[in-house]
Design a protein around this ligand. Sequence first.
Ligand code: PPY
Length: 306
Amino acid sequence: MTNAYGYLGPAGTFCHEALLTVPDLPGHLRPYPSVVAALDAVRKDQIDAALVPIENNIEGGVSATLDNLTYGETLMIRSEVLLPVEFNLYVRPGTALSDVTRIVTHPHAYAQCREWVQTNLPGATVSEGGSTAAGAAEIADPNSRYHATICSQAAGELHDLEAVATAIADNKQAVTRFILVTKPGPPPERTGADKTTLVVFLRDDEAGALLRMLEQFASRGVNLSRIESRPSRLVRGHYSFSIDAEGHINDHRVAGALKGLKRTSRDVIFLGSYPRANGFRPQVPEGQSDDSYHAAEAWLKDLRQR
Ligand SMILES: O=C(O)C(=O)Cc1ccccc1
């Protein structure tokens, strides 16, 4: 144990803000310059866990996170955090909004403010920064070639910047989902309001492979809360599916779906079962509860012993 958690830094990122809401934080919180650097630090036992973004409600999944969890040495999701994100446009004190032609920020921040930028700063170019707080640090430098950054109020104030526009997100309800990731180990206890994250590689040269994958969930009453296809790095023209299923690996119906996927697909990566941040409890259809499975198993055992 290192008594340290990592996050996409520097201080003042949305990741940092999300991490501060996690209960029982260790003594040290360490910033990393990228999602991949934070995840690799977990793999090398330099930190016990890392908090990284996985999904936002404008762009969908965060590819850097999803792909690293799919192709890197296996890690496990322990919990999730939902953070409403608000974006402001910050400049060095004295710069007017009309002077802004070069913006630097994290691509997800820009993605969520694209219409605002096009409407209000139509000539401006936007460059990719490592994070929103890295953008704020850049703008604080008087020699910077950039004029403005899109970041949170916390990051703007940390660097003594001036907000020339506030609440500039195109969707005012923007929420980002972050995950806390550790080395593999036993999953957290089942709470009844859980989520299971998987990557499934289909036997996609077989007709109906996608339908067969979905049947593993549907036939057991397991609802999916996210499903995204990602191009496979291993075989060109093939895809993997990144999936969040409602329920825990210790629910019989979810375990049944996992076993079915293992039997019928090319490969399955289990990335964790963990409590849902919104506390949502799935509707378990008749016949899919653990009690129903136990009763059916007892019946079968009895038949075999007759
Ligand atoms: O750059 C940051 O502050 C991050 O934590 C990544 C991010 C960027 C925009 C929205 C949500 C997360």
